[in-house]
Design a protein around this ligand. Structure first.
Ligand SMILES: *Cc1c(COP(=O)(O)O)cnc(C)c1O
Length: 222
């Protein structure tokens, strides 16, 4: 199957899952996760009309996308990997959405950039729903304090993102994320990847992040 067919197939499954759970079929946007994918696959996705892409590294995303922005003005780039404060300025200037706000130091760095005149991207908070020590994201118990800090610092948080633990039932984590978003009146929910995006859509995802099911297996970087 070529990439345009895969995009059509995945988009179809997203719409079906949305309709099956009583949601509008255009309620969910497909974030094509292009990290570590060869150029020709990215170009094929662009040629097929895909415009929303996710990258997990700032530097890799700059190399791939900074020059392309001139040709694709409707591009929408999501940062879906952890963000170090020393990369925050580059990230703010490149991405349209940062999905991985997860700690006070990063909130403060973003607020400082806004005060210095940078236009901030749309922001989501990453929640470590499985409370895994090695994983980034704020643990659910610390979410209220982090959201309060965002408010005090003048940052608008639009929603939440999570990556469930690998060997657990993802639906439990999606349901928890949806509950937290509802409690804090946040409208955007980024959840679901290649193996579980239909489940995520049924549980309220507004954004699914799909990489390998769309582009094929990631090619190891040289
Ligand atoms: C790589 C990645 C994805 C995509 O994973 P696939 O299983 O290839 O769809 C989604 N979200 C994040 C945060 C990722 O790092």
């Amino acid at each position: 199957m070529d990439i345009s067919q895969r995009i059509a197939e995945i988009t179809g499954r997203i719409k079906q899952s949305a309709q099956a759970s009583g949601r509008p079929e255009n309620a969910v946007s497909l974030v094509a996760v292009s990290k570590v994918q060869p150029e020709e696959r990215i170009q094929a996705a662009l040629d097929a009309g895909q415009r929303v892409f996710g990258e997990n590294r700032v530097q890799e995303a700059q190399n791939r996308w900074a020059a392309r922005r001139a040709n694709y003005r409707d591009l929408c780039l999501h940062l879906i990997g952890p963000l170090q404060t020393n990369k925050a300025e580059d990230a703010v200037d490149l991405f349209d959405v940062i999905e991985t706000v997860d700690r006070p130091k990063l909130v403060q760095a973003l607020a400082a950039l806004a005060r210095a005149g940078h236009k901030l991207p749309r922001l989501l908070v990453q929640v470590n729903t499985g409370e895994e020590p090695q994983k980034s994201g704020v643990i659910p118990g610390d979410l209220p304090a982090l959201l309060d800090l965002c408010t005090r610092e003048g940052l608008t948080i639009e929603g939440l993102m999570c990556i469930p633990p690998e060997h657990e039932e993802p639906a439990l984590h999606f349901a928890l994320l949806a509950k937290l978003a509802k409690r804090h009146r946040l409208g955007v929910l980024s959840m679901g990847m290649s193996g579980d995006f239909e489940t995520a859509v049924r549980l309220g995802a507004t954004h699914v992040r799909v990489g390998s099911a769309l582009f094929g297996d990631r090619v190891a970087p040289a």
